[in-house]
Write a protein that binds this ligand. Structure first.
Ligand code: NAD
Length: 500
């Protein structure tokens, strides 16, 4: 039954034999093709993963549809589904070390973060939606109709879930848990660079009692498989997290097909530091905001906006502190910054910095690759002196790169913060809480952190505005994406005879 085999290899998990999981069976791609999975910390192959074909996607959709139509999952009560989802969470915790090793060596995450953030959050997400599955209710409205009526929320059917490389297990859980809680079946395609944790999760779902065909995993090349999932007539809804460029194509196709779609896209968050901020708090927030997950964080704070009076003291501390943030091997407990996900992505981030320099930016710290074990490391980098329309300010670099701009007034800070096409996460550092609330109201973003950066929880809804997409994940709001409402009106001669 196993889709992956874990074995010790110089202390790092080696994962081999990744296969597709379709209709409750582990299979090879119909073409037999496989691709290498690379550990970004060493550049070495650690596993192989099946490269699915369009025919495999069609088989996965057929299995998902058959399971949905059979009612084996979709007809269960919320309480029955919750019982299974609670087991999923328990098995994630039981296999947490294996999952953390897979996530760490697949994405290049420091192992400590993979354990306490990625895997733990995935378990909590299943627990949370297991609870919500038991609280869903229909409605009986107070109408003037000569009828008895009720409104229910039903599962949508087959959900196509497309997830990105940077938080594979968290972002899989944030789609699967609400989708399954509401009775849907799922076809999931993880990012091509990071397919490993999804295969372990598939085993966990099976062991927890999710019926065959309710969860289906296809790994392989993004455009070919993703486009087929999006356009497949038997896929009823798309849950997409990824770049704005791909999300725009996915949303356009879904628009053409009138297919509901949830989009969670790119960001380049502004972190506003007012002169009255506590310096230590502001420094910690500024660093955390741009180095976490090596800056490969949609909600990163990569545009530091500093009020003029605090600019010099803040920059003096940052210039000292940032080079000292531990960067290195992902299996060392003290590491904060690991490698970038791939050589391709390292070249992309490096290209942004080189162009920023050519555009007049001054690299205050970093600005270069780091050689270690053949991994894809880039040093944390701070760039000052860029114009607001510079590429590195306006676009999502998706690496540990911070740009710094100065402002004088609150109005100016808000205008700068809102001046890009993205709107996902922003931060406000100030000791004046009334000012924080006044500014938060005017920032175009889905989540705003005051005096800190990055706190998240499965109960706390997040999502974007503008080109960061229009999805909402976590919290009860996410359930709306995975259900549709239906009203039933039963003519009754005396509407007051029933229902009141
Ligand atoms: P990506 O857009 O390259 O890929 C996302 C997913 O879409 C992958 O599974 C990929 O294989 C698939 N895909 C690729 N081309 C496709 C196509 N033509 N049709 C359908 N699917 C296709 O993103 P990525 O590089 O893996 O992830 C990084 C991006 O994700 C960043 O922009 C980041 O900001 C964003 N992100 C957003 C959030 C959020 O919640 N808003 C969270 C994490 C990451």
């Amino acid at each position: 039954m196993s889709g992956t085999v874990l074995e010790a290899d110089t202390g790092r998990a080696t994962i081999a034999g990744g296969r597709l999981y379709i209709g409750g069976e582990w299979r090879d791609s119909s073409s037999g093709e496989r691709s290498d999975v690379i550990d970004p910390a060493t550049g070495r192959k650690i596993a192989e993963s099946a490269v699915a074909t369009v025919a495999d996607v069609d088989a996965a959709v057929a299995a998902a549809k058959a399971s949905f139509d059979s009612g084996v999952w979709s007809d269960l009560s919320g309480r029955e589904r919750a019982r299974v989802l609670i087991r999923v969470a328990a098995l994630i915790r039981e296999r947490s070390e294996e999952l953390a090793q897979a996530e760490s060596s697949d994405v290049g995450k420091p192992i400590v973060f993979a354990r306490v953030i990625d895997v733990a959050t995935a378990a909590e997400t299943f627990e949370y939606y297991a609870a919500l599955a038991q609280t869903q209710q229909g409605a009986l409205r107070d109408t003037t109709l000569a009828a008895f009526q009720y409104t229910t929320r039903e599962p949508i059917g087959v959900v196509g879930a497309l997830t990105p490389f940077n938080f594979p297990i968290i972002l899989t859980a944030s789609k699967l848990a609400p989708a399954l809680a509401m009775g849907n079946s799922v076809v999931h395609k993880p990012a091509e660079d990071t397919p490993l944790s999804a295969a372990i999760l598939a085993q966990i779902l099976e062991d927890a009692g999710v019926p065959r065909g309710v969860y289906n995993l296809v790994t392989g090349v993004g455009p070919a498989l993703g486009e087929r999932i999006v356009e497949h007539p038997d896929v009823n809804m798309i849950a997409f997290t990824g770049s704005t460029a791909v999300g725009s194509k996915v949303a356009a196709k879904c628009g053409e097909l009138f297919k509901p779609v949830m989009t969670e896209l790119g960001g380049n968050g502004a972190n506003i530091v007012f002169a009255d901020a506590d310096l230590d708090t502001a420094v910690a927030a500024a660093i955390n905001a741009f180095v976490f997950n090596s800056g490969q964080f949609c909600m990163a704070g990569v545009r530091l906006l500093v009020q003029r009076e605090l600019h010099d003291p803040l920059m003096a501390v940052l210039a000292q502190a940032v080079p000292g943030v531990p960067i290195g091997r992902t299996d060392e407990p003290g590491t904060v910054i690991g490698p970038l996900v791939s050589q391709r992505h390292l070249d992309r981030v490096s290209g942004f910095v080189e162009r920023a320099k050519a555009a007049g930016g001054t690299v205050v710290v970093g600005g270069e690759r780091m050689e270690l074990d053949g991994g894809f490391y880039y040093r944390p980098t701070i760039i000052t002196g860029l114009a607001n329309d510079a590429e590195a300010v306006q676009e999502e670099v998706f690496g540990p790169v911070l740009t710094v701009q100065v402002f004088d007034t609150e109005e100016e800070a808000i205008a700068l913060a809102n001046s890009t096409r993205y709107g996902l996460a922003m931060g406000i550092q100030t000791s004046d809480i009334v000012k924080a609330m006044r500014v938060a109201r005017r920032l175009e973003a889905g989540i705003i952190w005051v005096n800190g950066w990055g706190q998240l929880d499965p109960t706390l809804t997040f999502g974007g505005v503008k080109n960061s997409g229009y999805g909402r994940e976590n919290g009860p709001e996410a359930l709306m994406h995975y259900t549709r409402s239906k009203s039933v009106v039963i003519a009754a001669p005396d509407p007051f005879a029933v229902g009141r």
